[in-house]
Ligand binder design. Structure first.
Ligand code: TYD
Length: 208
């Protein structure tokens, strides 16, 4: 099973997911947690180019192509081989981040970015996508208050950009209802952990 974790900046998705992995492992599941952009050495190198704060001249389509290139490498080297071995792979961000950020917020168009990504991924989709939905104002406040979280090039975008990311994610959840579960990320940390854990358990029960 391939699960993807999506949401705006500061939605808590990465820390919640680490807790959820611990709970699933206690249940005896074998989980591999990975992330995008990155997840393999080549893909991490591409990540550094994309997120580098000095790369302010990066063209939006170049950005979209680099995310897709990093995704391809991540699939070939990691996600596909592990899935074949029957492992549950959870990726912190995947395809839908490109649809929301590059397609929606950068204005390149969801369908254009979808077809670019279908080319890069051979039309591969997650089995389950958890959307950590949150007002970006709360998310950005959380980041500002958290000294451990490094601010990247996309965090520095204006609030309109982040509002657009959220809006596009919600549109995607309506469009891809079968694989999406929307979580209210404004709830307490423990509540969101429980909601995410149960969403994955429910889908696992259906897949088995
Ligand atoms: P990261 O530091 O991993 O942020 P977060 O903790 O919010 O996941 O940085 C990833 C950034 O890249 C984040 O701002 C979202 C953005 N992104 C895209 O714009 N398109 C994509 O396809 C992906 C995977 C990420």
């Amino acid at each position: 099973m391939f699960v993807t974790i999506e949401g705006p900046e500061g939605s808590g998705k990465s820390s919640v997911t680490k807790e959820v992995v611990k709970l699933l492992e206690k249940d005896g599941e074998t989980i591999v947690l990975t992330r995008e952009p990155g997840g393999t050495p080549i893909a991490e190198e591409i990540r550094n180019v994309i997120l580098d704060k000095k790369n302010t001249a990066m063209d939006p389509m170049t950005e979209a192509l680099l995310y897709a290139a990093s995704r391809r490498q991540h699939l070939v080297e990691k996600v596909w081989p592990l899935s074949k071995e029957g492992k549950i792979v959870i990726s912190d961000r995947f395809l839908d981040s490109s649809l929301a950020y590059q397609g929606g917020a950068r204005g390149l168009g969801i369908d254009k970015i979808l077809s670019l990504n279908q080319y890069a991924t051979d039309g591969f989709y997650p089995d389950l996508t958890l959307l950590f939905d949150l007002d970006p104002r709360i998310g950005l406040q959380r980041i500002a208050a958290n000294n451990n979280r490094e601010v990247n090039r996309l965090d520095l975008e204006k609030i309109d950009f982040h509002d657009n990311v959220r809006k596009t994610f919600l549109e995607l959840a309506a469009r891809f209802k079968d694989r999406y579960v929307v979580l209210d990320a404004s709830k307490s940390f423990d509540e969101v952990v429980q909601d995410a854990y149960h969403a994955i358990k429910d889908r696992l029960a259906k897949c088995k």
